[in-house]
Design a protein around this ligand. Structure first.
Ligand code: B16
Ligand code: MG
Length: 212
């Protein structure tokens, strides 16, 4: 088998925290009277918190100082973490759970490659705190997707070169990051039809077909 490792994006792939990101950004945008909807929200997938805020503020007539932006990002994160607090093991779908269990029985190394600084908290909430062989996340990178940094770090952690790792992504920025890093990418959800991806998944369990 070509692949020795699988690197999963977290938000939108392993769990649906993307909905909580949307709700928290929407509440902030509404408070600031900035137009924001689900379509615009898709631009934030895989993008760092600070870069996401800048995308939202593009639709504002006001300018914000760096201090004000930091406070707004903090406000969103507080709201987001409140929503995350309600998550539990029931937020892991059966499709994801059963597939991960099947993959765990193989020799494949399994890693997370996420832009989120909340990754450890989320994994703990959904009962996957000790599941993965390596976790590369927003806390250990300086460039967020579409830079390949987070995936390269994950590959380094599991000691396989990009050519032997499959990245699973739901964001166009993430697919771009994977390709830039020399990885094959399996695209799902919002990015499913991304032409740069090698595989197009209708559901998480379709990963098994890429690994045959
Ligand atoms: P945080 P992923 C990304 O996670 C989200 O898709 C993106 O919407 C978010 O802005 C980013 O994490 C940073 O998240 O504010 O929790 O640090 O898709 O790369 O797993
Ligand atoms: Mg994602």
């Amino acid at each position: 088998m070509k692949y020795r490792g699988v690197i999963f994006d977290l938000d939108g792939v392993i769990c649906s925290t993307d909905e909580y990101h949307y709700l928290a950004w929407k509440a902030l945008a509404d408070r600031l009277n900035i137009p924001f909807d689900r379509e615009r929200n898709n631009l934030l997938r895989g993008v760092s918190r600070a870069a996401s805020l800048n995308i939202i503020l593009e639709k504002s007539d006001q300018t914000y100082t760096d201090e004000e932006k930091a406070a707004l990002a903090e406000e969103k994160n507080t709201l987001y973490r409140e929503l995350l607090g309600n998550m539990s093991t029931t937020d892991l779908s059966d499709d994801v759970k059963i597939t991960l269990e099947a993959l765990r029985k193989t020799d494949l190394k399994l890693a997370i490659g996420s832009s989120s600084k909340n990754t450890p908290f989320i994994l703990e909430r959904i009962g996957l705190g000790n599941f993965f062989d390596a976790i590369a996340d927003g806390n250990c990178i300086t460039h967020s997707k579409p830079s390949p940094e987070v995936f390269l770090k994950a590959a380094e952690m599991i000691s396989f070169p990009p050519q032997n790792c499959l990245v699973v992504e739901d964001a166009h920025a993430g697919v771009e990051a994977a390709i830039a890093g020399g990885f094959d990418c399996a695209a799902i959800g919002d990015a499913r039809d991304d032409e740069q991806a090698r595989w197009h998944l209708s559901r998480f369990s379709d990963i098994l077909k890429c690994l045959e």
